[in-house]
Design a binder for this molecule. Sequence first.
Ligand code: COA
Length: 342
Amino acid sequence: MTNKTLAAPQELRYARIHGLAGYRPERVVTNDEVIEFIDSSDEWIQQRSGIVTRHIAAPEESVIDMAEAASRDAITKSGVAPEQIGAVIMATVTHPYQTPAAAPELAFRLGIPDPAALDISAACAGYCYGISMANDMVRAGTVDYVLVIGVEKLSDFTDKYDRGTAFIFGDGAGAAVVGISDFQGIGPTLWGSLGDKRDLITQREPWTGLRGGMEESGRQDALDWPAFVMQGQSVFRWAVYDMVPVAVKAVEAAGITPHDLDAFVPHQANMRITDAMVKALKLPEHVPVARDIAETGNTSAASVPLAMARMLDEGEAPHGGLALQIAFGAGLVYAAQVVVMP
Ligand SMILES: CC(C)(COP(=O)(O)OP(=O)(O)OC[C@H]1O[C@@H](n2cnc3c(N)ncnc32)[C@H](O)[C@@H]1OP(=O)(O)O)[C@@H](O)C(=O)NCCC(=O)NCCS
């Protein structure tokens, strides 16, 4: 073993979210449009999922385009200059290139010079994973500011003929600037994964084993790349029963009680999951609950920042207040933390 001691930061710093913003594509798709391709009804979709509309990106609009729109807004709101940002973490499972990652191109477009830039694949939990990683990077002194984005173009990976998923997903982006602070604005993260449950939400087949949805289904307009498939009921039960204790522990770990919360921002997976969590958590009545799913659908990694940005923009949650955020999805993976809203 060497007798040299490597340089290391001597003190932990504080981190918080300085700016947060969302972007929803222009086109709004109603349930009536969705049910042109599946045996369903507007009433069933609203009752079973709470979804009334979702936003769908234009064919040429990419995850990088959507991430750029949300990031520009978040950076402006944060008051941080692009040059101060030392890392870009982009959470997405719908960037169509395995490599290169989307984050370096996004950083280049935003004029962030030479940051560490990477994509992470943690599905619907990706943004909350990113916030945790950004917090640690800032706390430890690796960088001063990190741009964290959750973005998805799920419409590219949704089989419009699949009753189990066609109505659920939407497109969008949310971005946050995490950076040094004079108080701690991000609580400890409770996170984990259950790899034995990999089949509950997955791509139908690997990129390298394409049978071709088009050929298989015989439909001219079917996807010819792998769509996402989901065992909805099992995911639903897991989310309701197993995520509540995680949420409770995240609040305890932050050193607060549910009465201290100013907002509850769960992953916008299904309105009934949110309702069940609120009940099981015995959330105090004064705590507003994010219900962005009604208009935005389930946007996976983008859902938590989109929902929180809406609550702040509409005055439903107070700037500087405490929010419990929790997200869960394919992997299975999950993450929860209490944050001070920017
Ligand atoms: C997908 C989801 C809305 C389906 O709701 P559900 O209540 O579990 O529905 P089920 O699969 O149990 O089906 C119930 C009935 O509705 C029918 N049904 C299923 N999909 C339907 C649709 N799109 N339209 C109309 N009826 C449908 C089923 O055939 C079944 O009928 P039956 O009772 O006559 O057999 C729900 O399971 C869910 O939201 N799961 C979690 C999804 C999620 O969070 N995913 C992302 C995690 S990140």
